[in-house]
Write a protein that binds this ligand. Structure first.
Ligand code: LLP
Length: 425
């Protein structure tokens, strides 16, 4: 939103955030986050359900804390995400543990804290979990993640429900896997899970996947295996440019229609649709470089801060924070300082901004900071959450000391006597 021409998030001008915390900086809106979660929760009210926010989309403790306070559950894929969720106040019973490669120690810790369900992705994982649970005298609650072989019609790197993907157990092998699981003394089969991909722009694949899952659930019931819950994963797309994703209402309707008259609880694992449009990346233009056939706006954010444009050719809107009235727009490539030709944030944009001015890269709340790296030895950005007219630093910018934390010179090598802690940015 703009006020007097300048961008504000809730009631905080972005220029003030940049001035206080520097750039590059991720900025999230508590109100937007809360609205997205509560809207979906209310739309599902007619059926027993639990939203388990996908921590991978944005795992900042403040984000998790806001959602935990609303009563959200969490979908986690590592012990790191588990510890974050717990630290943010999550109820472990509302945590589902997904992922194809859960390690022994991760299973142990999740059992110890009592997560609500393990979404198991293969028979070897089933066996490992059974073993770990028995060794601890426990029964692990289990759902099998089924791969329904449905085309999510999304970017191939984020489609997960096709038979050719590494995810889940094929429907054809599911009956046998359920029989196997129900024979394991360390396992208590409670549900079924499925996730077909991310950034879906159509409800039909969700409806198709649910229909396939329900067919299997009914077959299992007639063989005496009754499930308590159905976890349909995440995947609802958001608008980055001119996409027309289903609304939360369309999505909820499609799922509730499929579930109508049934007793199983519905679990969902949305990530992007909760946080994607609740955040942006603030960056300052360092240089305008006039090339022979194109101009480059070189910013202080780069592919290490936001990799989606480089990795998926993703398009995210780039807005001028405080455009100078009347300044003519020119066609520019918006790039970062990283030494890679693929280091772009936006291509062929019409912008008037010049050196020193601020840009906001929109829709960066999901899969933004969480995918950041230290490539080119760039400290990771700060994260800020605005709440009405207040702003809170929810992650400090990394320092140069952070960058080298844990590294060692070889014995006998002469490093600089300057303690890195004394260098500041
Ligand atoms: N559940 C499971 C098992 C998942 O694998 C994912 C995402 C989600 C839930 C959440 O999906 P969402 O509601 O956010 O679509 N880095 C990529 C997206 C990768 C998604 C991976 N799995 C991107 O930037 O587009």
């Amino acid at each position: 939103m703009r006020r007097d021409g300048a961008l504000v998030l809730e009631d905080v001008p972005l220029a003030v955030v940049a001035e206080r915390y520097g750039t590059p900086c991720y900025v999230y809106s508590r109100a937007a986050l809360t609205h997205a979660w509560c809207e979906l929760d209310a739309l599902l009210a007619a059926h027993p359900h639990q939203i388990c926010y996908a921590v991978k989309a944005n795992s900042n403790l403040a984000v998790l804390g806001v959602l935990a306070a609303l009563g959200s559950g969490f979908d986690i894929v590592s012990v790191g995400e588990l510890e974050r969720a717990l630290r943010a106040g999550a109820d472990p019973k509302r945590v589902v543990f997904a992922g194809v490669g859960k390690r022994h120690d991760e299973l142990e810790r999740a059992l110890e804290v009592g997560v609500g369900c393990f979404n198991v992705e293969s028979e070897p994982e089933l066996e490992r979990l059974d073993e770990v649970a028995r060794a601890h005298g426990r029964r692990a609650p289990v759902a099998l993640r089924i791969n329904p072989d449905v085309d999510a019609r999304t970017h191939p790197y984020i489609a997960t429900g096709l038979a050719s993907n590494k995810f889940g157990i094929p429907v054809s092998a599911a009956d046998a896997a359920y029989r196997r699981a129900s024979d394991c003394a360390g396992l208590e089969v409670t549900g079924i899970a499925c996730h077909i991909g991310s950034q879906l722009l159509d409800v039909q694949p969700f409806a198709d996947a649910l229909a396939r899952v329900l067919e299997l659930v009914d077959r299992l019931a007639s063989a005496g295996m009754r499930l308590e819950h159905i976890d349909m994963g995440g995947g609802l797309g958001i608008r980055y440019r001119d996409e027309t994703p289903p609304t939360a209402a369309d999505y909820a309707r499609a799922l509730l229609t499929g579930m109508s008259g049934r007793g199983e609880r519905l679990l969902l694992e949305p990530g992007r649709s909760i946080v994607g449009n609740a955040g942006l990346l603030l960056t300052r233009v360092e240089y305008l470089k006039q090339g022979e056939d194109r101009s480059f706006l070189i910013c202080d954010a780069a592919m290490n801060d936001l990799i989606r444009p480089a990795l998926y050719s993703a398009w995210q809107d780039i807005l001028e924070v405080a455009p100078i009235p009347g300044a003519p727009a020119r066609r520019v490539e918006v790039v970062g300082p990283v030494c890679e030709t693929g280091d772009f944030l936006g291509r062929e944009r019409q912008l008037s901004a010049g050196p020193g001015e601020l840009l906001a890269i929109a829709s960066a709340g999901a899969y933004g900071f969480v995918m950041a790296s230290n490539y080119n030895s760039r400290p990771r950005a700060a994260e800020v959450m605005v709440d009405g007219d207040a702003m809170h630093l929810v992650r400090e910018r990394e320092s140069l000391a952070d960058l080298m934390r844990g590294e060692r010179l070889l014995p006998g090598a002469c490093g600089s006597a300057t303690p890195v802690g004394s260098i500041s940015l």
